[in-house]
Structures are given as structure tokens and as C-alpha cells.
Design a protein around this ligand. Structure first.
Ligand code: T4K
Length: 375
């Protein structure tokens, strides 16, 4: 993996990991020799097989990014009615619902998991509701049992935006096996990247092939197109990047866990600060969110600005709430008084830099500033 930045260079909230270039070259040579650049070529097939084995799932459809895969997932079930979703997420979650031709309906989240609250979801169900799209925010598992129960009792599809959940296991089982479908992101900013990319974890081969087809214009064969699909394909180059990085993921996850452990230790006992990702086996330490409370000397934005003075670019993921954005705020479900937990979390959250090769000296500097923000 690549070297760490110099001490005085900017520190961003994340930094992608890359495999050694020498390990990428053999894959590129194969592409150059085959001239197969896209359309479900050998590199993609191998990437799907090796990734499924690594994750411990049987079927997945690798696509160009999570945003498009969320659209494909909804289109697969023909969902055009209401989809109950979280306002506390990256905009892609609600945008995908709209691009699929459906309408997002916001429900409040739980304070602990920061995922959808099953009771709040149930209260939002109408005759037009067709699906729940929940988000495993920062890779913290939603209340999957509670959501599955609501979905089952009301005959709704349950689709997880699992963009943050690469590698997360609960009681040894991959979190992405929950729900009808789970969508992962392999964007540069994620735990695992193929530069750009995403995947839908499917329950069976038939569903996987249908998702592949939906992502390839709905083409069955040269003469047969069965549905209004779109182009969700990933190139062979992207598949090669993913393949080359995959063998490094166990080390990368261990390195992330070590960074998270140093933050937990360094920030323990700082009045007014809470670390929101529990130390838990099977977590992926995708992000390191903290809550900046009233007993801290600065408010959340004050700490964000203080860190920026030292070129440390923490991020306020996810503020503002999606439900406050201009294209959604007029929805009835966006009323602020109905989303009190999401609002409270969004107003106090700050995500600290975390990535496998974050230099311990840089991290000590970040912790030192947070411990004593005011000189
Ligand atoms: N669902 C959820 C819950 C998501 O969080 C996301 C994406 C999606 C769906 C959609 O997934 P994709 O369609 O992308 O597969 C970033 C990412 O662009 C976005 O993928 C991600 N969530 C979101 C949480 O973060 P920005 O606008 O904050 O990214 P940006 O460009 O400010 O990058 C953050 C920092 O990362 C930079 O300050 C530096 C570093 N960085 C970034 C890139 C792109 C690098 O060091 N190298 C890079 O190549 O959205």
C-alpha cells in the first residue's frame, strides 16, 4: 500500500488504499492482450467470484457504482410507489429512489445505530408504500430484525443501502446478506474500492442474472430485450483494480481497526465527546463519527473549523439532512418535528479522518487538538 503523507500536508477524512502497481500490471497485460474492455468480460467474472468468496455470499452483481445499483435494485422489483427511507444518509439514497420513478418518504432513525427506527417506519406506511430502503450508516448494522419484521407483516420489499458495509459481519454472518437485496459501494472513499464500482448482493442466481440484465439495457440475447434496463456495467479495468486490491483487505480492515482503537483511547474521557462506533468484532471502521455535545468547549462547527486551521479536513457526514435539501424539504414526511433524532444526530456529528495508513503521528496531532481545542 502507498506511503503516508508528510506531517504538514493536509489530512482528509479518507484516503483510498491502492494495491502495489506491480500487482496490477499482470491484470492490465491480460486486458491489453484480450481487448475485452467491458460487457461482462473475464475480469468481471473473476472479480465477482473472488469477491463473493471473500464476502461469504453466493450471488452478487457487480456494477458501476452504488447509486446506479440502488436504482437497478428498485427497478428490479418494479417499485414506483412510496419507499420509506432515512433522511440521515448521503444524498444518493433518496436520489436513487427518485431516479427509479418512486417517491422517498422519510422516517426517523434510532439514536444508537443511526439506522431507520422500525416503529417510525411502521407509522409511515400507507397503501402506496412498496419498499423500505434502510442504510447501515458508517457500517453500523440497522435493527435488521425489527425492519424485517415490519417488511414481512406489511408485504414490503426491504432493500439495504449497504454502501458503507463492506466486510461487516454480525455473529460471523455477512451483514449484506440481510434484506431482499443489499447494495455496496466501491467508490474511492470506501473501505474497499475499484476506483468506482458497486455491487448488489442477491439471494439466488436467478435474481443475480436479472440484476445483471437490468444493468445491461435489459438484453437477453442478440435479438431479445425484455425490459427497460440501463447501462450499469463496470469496465474490465475497474474489475482489475478490485481484483488486485482484494488480497489486501484483511490487512486493511485490521489497520482501520487499529486507527479506531487509537481514537477511542485518545478521546476517552474528553468531556462532551462521544465516539459513536462501538468497538465490536466484525465492524469495518469505515468512518470514525463523534458526537460533539454541550459539555465540549466548542460546538460541532467550531471543532470542524478548528481542525481545518491545521489542515485537518474532518467532515460533517451527514449534515444537512437529506430531508432539508431543496428537492425534498417540501415533502410531508420531511417536517423537522417528525425527525427529531435524525436532526439531533446531524447537528452534532463529525467524522474524523480514518484510513488504513493514517500516520500515528498525524493521528496523535488530531487527538491532541481535539483534547485541547482552545489554547
Ligand atoms: N449510499 C451511501 C450511504 C453513500 O455514502 C454513498 C456514497 C452512496 C450511496 C453512493 O455510492 P457511489 O454511487 O459513490 O458508489 C463522498 C463520495 O463521493 C461518496 O461516494 C460517498 N458516499 C460520500 C459519503 O462521500 P464527497 O462529495 O464527500 O467526496 P469528496 O470528493 O469530498 O471526498 C472526500 C475526501 O476523500 C476528500 O476530501 C479527499 C478524499 N478522496 C476522495 C476521492 C474521490 C481521495 O483521497 N481520493 C479520491 O479519489 O462524497
Amino acid at each position: 500500500m502507498t506511503d503516508s503523507p508528510a506531517v504538514d500536508s493536509p489530512i482528509y477524512v479518507t484516503r483510498p488504499i491502492l494495491p502495489p502497481l506491480a500487482e496490477v500490471m499482470p491484470y492490465l497485460e491480460q486486458i491489453w492482450s484480450s481487448r475485452i474492455l467491458s460487457n461482462g468480460g473475464p475480469m468481471l467474472k473473476r472479480f465477482e467470484a473472488e469477491l463473493a468468496a471473500w464476502m461469504g455470499v453466493e450471488h452478487l452483481s457487480i456494477q458501476c457504482n452504488a447509486s446506479i445499483s440502488l436504482v437497478v435494485a428498485l427497478r428490479h422489483y418494479g417499485i414506483t410507489g412510496e419507499v420509506i427511507t432515512s433522511p440521515f444518509s448521503f444524498v444518493a439514497t433518496s436520489h436513487a429512489i427518485r431516479w427509479a420513478g418512486a417517491e422517498p418518504v422519510f422516517a426517523d432513525i434510532q439514536a444508537g445505530s443511526m439506522g431507520l427506527d422500525p416503529a417510525a417506519v411502521e407509522a409511515r406506511i400507507t397503501p402506496r408504500t412498496q419498499a423500505i430502503m434502510a442504510v447501515h450508516c458508517y457500517g453500523i448494522p440497522c435493527d435488521t430484525e425489527g425492519l424485517a419484521d415490519v417488511a414481512r407483516r406489511h408485504g414490503l420489499r426491504l432493500i439495504y443501502d449497504a454502501a458503507h458495509a463492506f466486510g461487516v459481519r454480525v455473529d460471523g454472518k455477512p451483514l449484506v446478506a440481510e434484506g431482499d437485496l443489499s447494495v455496496l459501494s466501491f467508490h474511492a472513499t470506501k473501505v474497499f474500492n475499484s476506483f468506482e464500482g458497486g455491487a448488489i448482493v442477491a439471494p439466488d442466481l436467478e435474481t443475480k442474472l436479472a440484476l445483471d440484465r437490468m444493468g445491461n439495457y435489459g438484453i437477453v440475447d442478440e435479438l431479445t430485450v425484455t425490459e427497460t434496463g440501463l447501462n450499469a456495467k463496470i469496465s474490465e479495468l475497474h474489475a482489475a483494480m478490485g481484483l488486485a486490491l482484494l488480497p489486501h483487505m484483511d490487512d486493511a480492515l485490521a489497520a482501520r481497526a487499529a486507527v479506531a482503537a487509537r481514537y477511542r483511547e485518545g478521546l476517552a474521557g474528553v468531556a462532551g465527546l462521544d465516539c459513536l462506533c462501538p468497538a465490536r468484532d466484525g465492524h469495518n471502521s469505515y468512518a470514525f463519527p463523534i458526537r460533539v455535545g454541550a459539555d465540549y468547549p466548542l460546538d460541532r462547527d467550531g471543532l470542524y473549523d478548528r481542525l481545518r486551521q491545521d489542515q485537518i479536513f474532518a467532515r460533517r457526514y451527514f449534515y444537512p439532512l437529506i430531508s432539508d435539501m431543496p428537492m425534498y424539504r417540501d415533502l410531508a414526511s420531511a417536517a423537522p418535528q417528525d425527525l427529531p433524532v435524525a436532526r439531533d444526530v446531524a447537528d452534532h456529528i463529525l467524522c474524523l479522518p480514518i484510513y488504513p495508513d493514517l500516520d500515528p503521528a498525524d493521528q496523535a496531532r488530531i487527538i491532541g487538538i481535539i483534547q485541547r481545542p482552545v489554547a
